[in-house]
Design a protein around this ligand. Sequence first.
Ligand SMILES: [Mn+2]
Length: 352
Amino acid sequence: MLSELVSLAEDNAVDLTLVAGDIFDSASPGPAAEEIVWRTFLDLAEVGPVLVVAGNHDNPARLDAVAPLLERAGVTVVGTPRSPTDGGVVALDDLGVKVGMLPFVSQRSIVKAEDIMNSDPDKHAGQYEERMRRLIDALTKDMTADTVNVFTSHLTVYGGLAGGGERTAHIFGYAIPASLFPGHLSYVALGHLHRQQKMPHASAVWYSGSPIQLDFGEVADQKGALLVKAEPGSPASVEELPLRSGRRLIEIRGTLGQVLANAEGTEDAYVKVILQEDARVGLADEVRTAIPDAVEVILDSPGRAVAPTEQRQGLEPTQAFARYLTDSGNADPGVEALFAELLDEALSESGQ
Ligand SMILES: [Mn+2]
């Protein structure tokens, strides 16, 4: 996918590339992840300047630490918020472009601890919004009408649709209205929400979305990059460029027979299988034999009440479990035998 992304940048001869955060999935990425990301940044920098802000998954201090090295290669990385005169606004004079760069700012770091102790949650949200407004203003107020003015950040805008794979607490806990972005911006490049989408605004305010599907909540999402054309003084025009080479996620639902019949064509994909079958031993294994890349196999059997038909208290554990299986509509001698085996093991280990 990253090679495909570099090709898109080359084919369209882009003047610059913006990366709006969550470069990595974790604050301490492994060397393999770092290798492909740095390689991609260097390849993109062959085409034009690359501007990057940290997301909530990234380690801001770590990105700041490598920033001077990357800067040498034409890649500007902002890990922690900076003032406009200290790297918060990047002026690309050759291109006539100014970019305000605001990495992810957590509510913890923006709303002081004493405020959290002394006021109600609604007020925190208001304080977060007010402080974000001041940060955005500081990074955009000196932009003039003779440059293409761009702002990039990693944050949640009210009304944005999540893709499904985000960490919920980081998304809807704190958000800002799109109206905080001033009208003299030609383009606002946002990261955080995984779904590619334009936010309601007089200017062009977009989430590029994640470049691959990150979990099964995103199976229906079209992933891609955004190609932005901008001139001073007017909203940018935006074209959606699909990215197709990431490994697909597919969801198949149905009876075992239907699922197996649909197994063909799932090659190279990660598959989630939702079985409409009664539970029985070995069901998931049968699915995995036919679809080795079934990463998740779950049952969607018709819900049955698990009200006991008679008192289970006083029964031997194996009898009580058998009764429970019958009551819940899942009677299965195979499961009973496995339970008995497990119970034996547990009791012998505990010396009983
Ligand atoms: Mn994020």
